[in-house]
Design a protein around this ligand. Sequence first.
Ligand SMILES: [Zn+2]
Length: 83
Amino acid sequence: MADVTCVHCNQTREGITGYAYGGKLEAEIKSKICNVCWKEWKAMSIKVINEYRLDLNDPNANNMLIQQMRAFLNMPSTEGQPK
Ligand SMILES: [Zn+2]
């Protein structure tokens, strides 16, 4: 796995290994976020899911989680806001 210069911690570190939501989003995350910060978000995401009682089978809940992730990781959307 190549190193990435992470937009969250501003360090060049090992990239993410494993699944990161899939598709274009995964490619974006893996190009901007290091594995250390990804693990931080994975821990945080559990708190977010519990706090907002998100049902990830619901697309709106999924969008909300992605928005929370972008805010947490300092990774603003490049494609405008989701509906
Ligand atoms: Zn990082």
